[in-house]
Ligand binder design. Structure first.
Ligand code: NAP
Length: 246
């Protein structure tokens, strides 16, 4: 499905990003597995892809750093000659109630989760425009759609990702570039592992499908948006949340 395509997945050293990287590689793409601090975990993801017959390499970059993102994209273009798929998945949480939230916690989440998407899109778009093709998929969140107490920084960043997605789609779609977002609900990863059983149960009670999501649930939707199956879809936000946001 993605033969001869080159893909970059940010934050692919674990969780959703790792699963997305494996799925894109299993479907034929050459995948750059981006990480910031977790080199060993990124190398493990690459090893697993290569052992399964796929092609991948790890690439270090802090997505919050504008110039570092430029270097990362330029390296990919220098090595592979092209970039076809950009998955903006890297994200962090620094949860706190608004009245206790530090300026640093607000800025850190905005810089990684929102500005990180701008940084990679800004630099990759140059090449997408030259190619007259490109698929951008940004990871938003149910929190960006509905808001969430204790996550003012995260919800603001993820709502910002939706605005960014729609604006990029309006600017670039006429040049054959699709830009869409996925808004996951409660997905079992290290990001959500810190929740108490009680909080988890309370959240599951709000999910019409009655279960938490898996990284595979998200990877399937990303694959759809990264492939030609979704060529006539742009500027959309697909909720993959078991119905949580209905
Ligand atoms: P996770 O398990 O915590 O993994 C986060 C990934 O992002 C790691 O690979 C981490 O790599 C990377 N990362 C963090 N800061 C980075 C930076 N500055 N530059 C580059 N990479 C960075 O998270 P997840 O649960 O898989 O979530 C993935 C995405 O889905 C996030 O955008 C998250 O907000 C979104 N999402 C998740 C859920 C959920 O329930 N899990 C729900 C809605 C939305 P390093 O360790 O190398 O930094």
């Amino acid at each position: 499905m993605l033969k001869d395509k080159t893909a970059l997945v940010t934050g692919a050293s674990r969780g959703i990003g790792a699963q997305v990287a494996k799925s894109l590689a299993a479907n034929g793409a050459y995948v750059y597995v981006n990480y910031n601090g977790s080199k060993e975990r990124a190398d493990e993801v690459v090893d697993e892809i290569v052992k399964s017959g796929g092609q991948a390499e790890a690439i270090c970059c802090n997505v919050a750093d504008f110039d570092a993102c430029k270097e990362m994209i330029e390296k990919i273009i220098a090595d592979r000659g092209r970039l076809d798929i950009l998955i903006n998945n890297a994200g962090i949480t620094r949860d706190d109630l608004l009245m206790k939230m530090s300026e640093e916690a607000f800025d850190a989440v905005i810089n990684t989760n929102l500005k990180g998407c701008f940084n990679t899109i800004r630099h990759a778009s140059r090449y997408f425009l030259k190619q007259r093709s490109g698929k951008i998929v940004n990871l938003s969140s149910v929190s960006g759609v509905m808001g969430n107490a204790g996550q003012a920084n995260y919800s603001a960043a993820k709502a910002g990702v939706i605005g960014l997605t729609k604006s990029v789609a309006r600017e670039l779609s006429s040049r054959g570039i699709n830009c869409n977002a996925i808004a996951p609900g409660f997905i079992e990863t290290e990001m959500t592992a810190a929740m108490t059983d009680k909080a988890k149960e309370a959240t599951i009670a709000t999910i019409p499908l009655g279960r938490t999501g898996s990284t595979e649930d998200i990877a399937k939707a990303v694959l759809f948006l990264a492939s030609d199956m979704s060529d006539y879809i742009t500027g959309q936000v697909i909720s993959v949340d078991g119905g949580m946001s209905i």
